[in-house]
Structure formats: structure tokens, C-alpha cells
Design a protein around this ligand. Structure first.
Ligand code: KG4
Ligand code: ZN
Length: 373
């Protein structure tokens, strides 16, 4: 079957065409077009919801047309339309959901809404052997809006084991980048700066400065809390106080740049430390067969390596899966993958018929909760 998927929950307009083998549950991406709005939101230092909606409105049809063209399909070959119904920015979600509803109505195609995090989780099965995802699965979802540890005893079955009490991990990366005036989105820039740390320190002749930069220490919040919750606002505040302290020193541009590298390095280490160690503790307690990552921050190679090492060292029999880089951030292919699994469940129940009437019922919901099926 062919699925046309739409994602507009934040600042990426994306449409994907997926070719799904219903017998073997194999999901292939025929096209996955993502139109990023980074250039538009950069000057505001973050996503402006109404600007995002305006861009989605402008881009949705051209992106849809490009996705169909690249996949060599026409709309008449589509069996199911999938769309992110929430959570996300309501003006942005409304463009995708209404576009999907109009298309489903005019072409009489089945329509399914997908939870955004569910999409991130199922990015792990795209172009991948689904049998690798052995249950129970323990997932770390880390994005700009979410940081959760989720236990999946089966497909579409979610139990939230822990979550952030304040900022999401990606949000903390973005805020640190903003404080350091490094640009938006912060995650990739902070990790690029952090990657320069070793070379910068090794080539430094001033031993006093070297000592100072290597001794920067930020807290690892809630590491010993005994639960699986997170908090990133205290870490962010520590970074802010440190920046304020060094701002008073009137440093040269070159030395300030070295401080920025060292701050990004230690901030990333602190965030990754907490995420990887909490996941390790959750793995010890819940004994999953597979550990997966999901969401934009899962593109961070330090986090990937740290969690992978932690799991392979302590629990060598557990399968560790991470989406490919292109599928870590927001994209429509992941929405199509989750919709495919939902569709199979509905088929088993014999309730596929209801999907054709979904153009009447589906509503964007900015606070949509992740619910088991
Ligand atoms: O999943 P996503 O694309 O959108 C949301 O659902 O929020 O995640 C975006 C978040 C942003 O906060 C971005 O800074 C972060 O993912 N991110 C990263 C990296 N790449 C993206 N954070 C850390 N390291 C990265 N390499
Ligand atoms: Zn996302």
C-alpha cells in the first residue's frame, strides 16, 4: 500500500510517500521532502508560530507536488493519508491537518492522524528490518518539545516511565546557543562547537587559561533522584551564570570564542551524561530487549555514542537502534511509518471503514497526549 504523509507541527513542511509491504511490514521511503524554515526563524532566535503557519501555507502544495513527482506516484495511487494531528504549534498544525482533510475529502482517501512523538519512535523502522524492534522496547525521546523515557510492551503501546519536569533537552541546547549568540537551532551548533574542544585545548599555550577552560563544571541535574525524570532548567541557569561571570572579564574575541567552545563542550557532556545514565538505569530496571532513540536530539553523535556504549557494555544482548540522521529531525516519513502500524492494527480489528470519514472528525490538537492503541 502507498501512504502519503504530512508533517507541519513546527517549522518544517514535509510530505513523504511511503511504499509499505503489508505482509512483511517492510516500509520503504519513495520520497521524503522537507522544506525547512530555519532561515526565516533565525532572526527571531526561535520559531514564531504565525510565521511558521504562513510558510507552511505557502509551501505545502509545492512540497506535496514535489514528493509525488519524486516518488513517481500520482494522488490516485495513494491508499492512506497520514498527518500529524499534535502536539505542536496550533497555527502550524492547522495547515497540515486541513490540507490532509481537504485532500482526503476530495479524493475519497482514508485519513489517519498521528501523534508527533509516535512518528519519531517509528522513524526507527523505516528502511529497517522491523523484527529488530523486539519488545519490550525502551525509548528515549529527545526533541525540542519532549524528553521522555517510554516503555513499549508492544506496537502502539506506550507507558511513560519518566519525563522532563521543565525544559526539553533540545530546548536547553537551543537556549544555551542563544545565550552564547550562536544562532538557531542550537543543537547542531552547540555540538559543532563542542567537537572543537580537544583541538582547541591541545593547541593552547597559555597553561592558566587551559586549566580554567578544562575545569568548567556544570551540574548533572536529577542524576541521583532515584526516578526517571529529568530537569534541564537548572543546568541552563548554571550556564547563564557562568556566561555572566565571564562577560565581566572583558575578554578578547579569540579568548571568548575558546570559552564558548568550552561551555558548549561541558554543557553537552552534562546533558548527555544525565540522559545516558538515566536510560541505563531504566534499562537495568525494565529489562527491555531493544533500546531506541527518537527525536531531533538523537542526531547528536555524543549522545548516540554514549548511550550505545553504556548499553553495549552493560547489556550486550540488547539491540540498540537509532534513526538515520535524516530521520532524527522532523519529517513526514516517520508520520507515514507510524500510520502504517496503526493501519495494520485497525485492519486486524476490522475497523478500516471508519478512516474514510476521518476528514470530518480529525482535529489538530496542540496538547495531544500520547495514548496506547
Ligand atoms: O524533533 P525535532 O526536529 O523537532 C521537535 O519535535 O521539537 O527536534 C528539534 C530539536 C531542536 O531543539 C534542535 O536544537 C535539536 O533537536 N537538535 C539537536 C541536534 N540536532 C537537532 N540537539 C543536539 N544535538 C544535535 N546534533
Ligand atoms: Zn519532532
Amino acid at each position: 500500500m502507498k501512504i502519503l504523509a504530512i508533517e507541519t507541527s513546527c517549522d518544517d513542511t514535509s510530505v513523504a510517500i511511503m511504499d509499505c509491504d503489508e505482509k512483511n511490514w517492510a516500509i520503504k521511503t519513495l520520497s521524503n521532502v522537507v522544506s525547512s524554515q530555519i532561515a526565516i526563524h533565525t532572526k527571531w532566535g526561535g520559531v514564531v508560530p504565525n510565521l511558521a503557519a504562513r510558510e507552511h501555507l505557502k509551501n505545502l502544495i509545492p512540497v506535496l507536488s514535489e514528493a509525488l513527482e519524486k516518488s513517481n506516484q500520482t494522488i490516485n495511487e495513494i491508499d492512506l493519508i497520514a498527518v500529524t494531528e499534535g502536539p505542536g504549534l496550533i497555527p502550524a498544525l492547522l495547515i497540515g491537518t486541513n490540507g490532509a482533510k481537504a485532500l482526503a475529502y476530495t479524493k475519497n482517501i482514508a485519513l489517519l492522524g498521528v501523534h508527533h512523538v509516535e512518528g519519531h519512535l517509528y522513524a526507527n523502522i523505516i528502511n529497517n528490518d522491523i523484527s529488530q524492534m523486539k519488545f519490550p522496547v525502551l525509548a528515549l525521546t529527545v526533541s525540542g518539545g519532549h524528553t521522555q523515557i517510554i516503555l513499549m510492551k508492544d506496537h502502539l503501546n506506550y507507558e511513560i516511565i519518566g519525563q522532563t519536569q521543565d525544559d526539553a533537552a533540545g530546548e536547553a541546547f537551543d537556549k544555551v546557543a542563544k545565550m552564547l549568540q550562536l544562532g538557531y537551532p542550537g543543537g547542531p551548533i552547540v555540538s559543532e562547537y563542542a567537537a572543537k574542544f580537544d583541538d582547541a585545548i591541545n593547541s593552547l599555550k597559555d597553561s592558566e587559561l587551559k586549566e580554567e577552560l578544562t575545569c568548567i563544571k556544570f551540574p548533572r541535574p536529577m542524576l541521583a533522584s532515584g526516578d526517571f525524570n529529568f530537569s534541564f532548567s537548572g543546568l541552563k541557569t548554571s550556564v547563564l551564570y557562568f556566561i555572566r561571570k565571564i562577560e565581566q572579564k572583558n575578554l578578547s574575541k579569540e579568548i571568548l570564542e575558546l570559552y564558548k567552545i568550552a561551555i558548549c563542550y561541558e554543557f553537552q557532556n552534562a546533558a548527555v551524561d544525565v540522559l545516558a545514565k538515566k536510560m541505563s538505569k531504566a534499562t537495568e530496571k525494565l529489562e527491555p530487549k531493544t533500546v531506541i532513540m527518537a527525536g531531533g536530539v538523537s542526531a547528536n553523535s555524543t549522545l548516540q555514542n554514549s548511550l550505545k556504549n553504556e548499553i553495549s557494555k552493560k547489556y550486550p544482548s540488547i539491540n540498540f537502534i537509532n534513526p538515520t540522521i535524516k530521520l532524527c529531525g522532523d519529517n513526514a516519513a516517520m508520520i507515514g511509518a507510524a500510520a502504517f502500524v496503526k493501519y495494520q492494527k485497525l485492519k486486524e480489528e476490522g475497523s478500516l471503514k471508519t478512516l474514510k470519514a476521518n476528514w470530518k472528525k480529525l482535529e489538530a490538537n496542540s496538547n495531544l497526549k500520547l495514548e496506547s492503541y
